[in-house]
Design a protein around this ligand. Structure first.
Ligand SMILES: NC(=O)c1ccc[n+]([C@@H]2O[C@H](COP(=O)([O-])OP(=O)(O)OC[C@H]3O[C@@H](n4cnc5c(N)ncnc54)[C@H](O)[C@@H]3O)[C@@H](O)[C@H]2O)c1
Ligand SMILES: O=c1ccn([C@@H]2O[C@H](COP(=O)(O)OP(=O)(O)O[C@H]3O[C@H](CO)[C@@H](O)[C@H](O)[C@H]3O)[C@@H](O)[C@H]2O)c(=O)[nH]1
Length: 328
């Protein structure tokens, strides 16, 4: 397996790269470092490049005799996508279309794609399974749903073989403590809660206290980044073993409110999170909780981290060791 990992210098990408390296395959990271960190790549080959750069992509596929692609490269912030849709459609849709063109032109037809729970929007059921209606409430979710539809069409017509993984909320860090979440600026709940504990940011803003949930704050399904990474390893192996194109949810099946996450972080750190109630953030659905039976049954995926405190502990370890992220 010679694998190209676009966006492999990013948060989920770098954790997945570490797990892919253990399979014995050759791993080549391709990233323009717009939000990623070169320091997050410890062992794999690294090519600094953009998914819009067809020439460099073609050269990289040929030079390393690549036979599959794991595609993380994208913009992924719900809030930003609502105020800057053009950037999101451009990078996530046009950029991915370009990558697909280059792959197919070079005979590479295996792809694992980062999709998202955001494709579902505001589901009417409490546990989300893959086949329910997709009505994204934000631009980011729409960009990923467009690409899922494109891949289904390319699979039918051009022989693309893809597995799209719809992640719920990625969090945590590798227990080694040398890679972790470092977005600039950070917008994700768990790192912001922990940074607030460390006095690295202002008070945590709780976005909305009037949602139809137990305590009025949004519910999310938090999944450890290494459990996500392991699913990519399984998906890739399945594609090499002749598995057809498929779409899977990836979550723990347990929802936590924003306030419950804060309480868990306070229990793990022994510190108090400075916080205040703020208005709702545009585009946020009230509740997103995954039904992940399909990937468990079909690919044998089994998450290792199912306890929110344990997940937060791994993130806390990273933030304590690296309070200024990779720049520290
Ligand atoms: N973080 C989450 O909770 C979450 C949940 C669901 C889906 N996802 C998806 O997972 C993927 C990775 O997310 P992440 O949290 O690791 O984000 P990230 O920003 O840490 O990683 C994205 C990586 O892609 C690179 N990149 C972006 N545009 C590029 C381009 N045009 N050319 C080359 N490289 C480019 C960035 O430099 C970065 O290294 C994204 O596709 C995201 O939409 C993330
Ligand atoms: O300072 C903050 C940050 C977040 N939140 C809330 O915390 C929850 C989680 O927010 P965040 O960590 O920003 O993640 P999401 O917006 O749920 O999106 C993440 O999870 C999605 C899947 O569910 C992915 O598709 C996205 O890429 C990824 O950013 C939401 O209800 C937010 O409103 C706050 O209250 N205050």
């Amino acid at each position: 397996m010679n694998i190209l990992v676009t966006g492999g210098a990013g948060y989920i990408g770098s954790h997945t790269v570490r797990l892919l390296e253990k399979t014995g395959g050759k791993v080549v990271v391709y990233d323009n470092l717009v939000t990623g960190h070169k320091e997050a790549i410890k062992n794999s080959l690294f090519v600094e490049g953009d998914i819009f750069d067809s020439e460099k992509l073609t050269d990289t596929l040929k030079r390393f005799d690549i036979s599959s692609v794991v595609h993380f490269a994208a913009y992924s912030l719900v809030g930003v996508s609502m105020v800057n849709p053009r950037e999101y459609y451009h990078n996530n849709v046009v950029g991915t279309l370009n990558l697909l063109d280059v792959m197919l032109a070079n005979g590479v037809n295996k792809l694992v794609f980062s999709s998202t729970a955001a494709v579902y929007g505001e589901p009417e059921t409490s546990l989300i399974t893959e086949e329910i209606a997709k009505n994204p409430t934000n631009v980011y979710g729409r960009t990923k749903l467009i690409m899922e539809n494109v891949m289904a069409d390319y699979s039918r017509t051009y022989g693309l073989n893809y597995i799209a993984l719809r992640y719920f909320n990625a969090c945590g860090a590798d227990v080694a403590g040398d890679i972790g979440e470092d977005h600039q600026p950070e917008t994700h709940l768990i790192p912001l809660v922990l940074k607030a504990c460390l006095g690295k940011t202002d008070k945590l803003k709780i976005f909305g206290e009037d949602y139809p949930t137990t305590d009025g704050t949004c519910v999310r399904d938090y999944i450890h980044v290494n459990d996500l990474g392991q699913a990519h390893v399984l998906a890739l192996k399945a594609l090499y073993n002749g598995h057809g194109s498929a779409v899977y949810n990836l979550g723990n099946g347990n929802g936590f409110t924003v306030k419950e996450v804060i309480e868990a972080a306070e229990a793990v750190t022994g510190l108090t999170v400075p916080k205040e109630i703020a208005p709702r953030r545009a585009g946020d659905p009230a509740i997103l909780v995954a039904g992940s039976q399909k990937i468990r049954q079909e690919l044998g995926w089994q998450p290792e981290y199912t306890d929110i405190n344990k997940i937060i502990e791994t993130a806390w370890h990273w933030h304590q060791q690296n309070p200024d992220g990779f720049a520290g």
